[in-house]
Design a protein around this ligand. Sequence first.
Ligand code: ADP
Ligand code: MG
Length: 345
Amino acid sequence: MFDSKNPQRTPISDLGEFGLIDHLVKNAKTKLSNTALAVGDDAALIDHGDHFTAISTDLLVEGVHFDLSYVPLKHLGYKSVVVNLSDIYAMNGVAEHITVGIAVSNRFPVEALEEIYEGIHLACERYNVDLVGGDTTASQSGLMISVTATGRVEKGAEAKRSGAGDNDLIVVSGDVGGAYMGLQILEREKQVFLENPEMQPELGGHEYILERQLKPEARKDIIELLKGLDVQPTSMIDISDGLSSEILHLCKNSGLGCRAYEEKIPISQESLDTCEEFKLEASTIALSGGEDYELLFTIDPKDLEKVENHPNFSVIGYMTKESDVNLITKGGKTTPISSMGWKSF
Ligand code: ADP
Ligand code: MG
């Protein structure tokens, strides 16, 4: 407890983001019998008999999550919705409603907010969700957008982080690392611009990764695809912090370890090329870059033939009873996967 006469000041960085959440809510017991799943997954689940309502919140803060010197406001509005819907899809649900909280300083004119809302409305249109409320307030320092999304998850279809079984296969949708490399391009061009405002940004040839960073999409299509293929993921999480961090979450919550193969990690050609340009190791970026908003899930091995060789899926490894979370490198070496995801603190 914070006592102003005897202030004990523990820096938040001592705990880290996940440690802090654990610390704050570890003793919180839920009271209601319909609270089926509380803190600790991509979304909470509320039991409604034949289905669950999934609920998730994300907060985006200027200077921490976005830099308005290169993020267009319309894209920001779009992304703030999409990152939330991604958490609903990560429960194998259908997103339905959002509310939007916005704190804004007087340096933003009405037109700026209109642009943000253009993006919000566009995302609502694309993902078939309704904006049903929110809150608006003044801010002393910059812009903050908080979105809460709810969705419907059919009973039996829910995919928690904790459901993976021994030998289940680990699958990633799409490709990873692109959003991080898009950010590198934007940061580089920002520096060039700061040093020489006459220079035009050189963004050509990087369209895919820039879009991955500025206008990500949530994988609603993957949820529909899995349903069509009759594949029930045994566990699932969205890739917001980075593949390695999300693999660790699935393993920890499922009480298992895994073996993932470096050569199986899907990376786009544009990301590979850009990594070379920046002299960065593509696998490291794919494992620890954030914000790809792909889905990471496990499946029963009997479903392998439904997903293997599918352009949207990469099977990257399997879960193990032994608790070690390991990467098998291209050279055949076994090395522990450590969390190197985004840390805001
Ligand atoms: P995600 O990356 O999927 O958005 P987070 O890592 O942000 O998930 O959060 C992990 C879990 O902790 C989630 O279940 C989330 O609801 C919960 N959580 C995060 N911050 C808080 C908070 N301040 N109070 C209560 N629960 C929180
Ligand atoms: Mg998530």
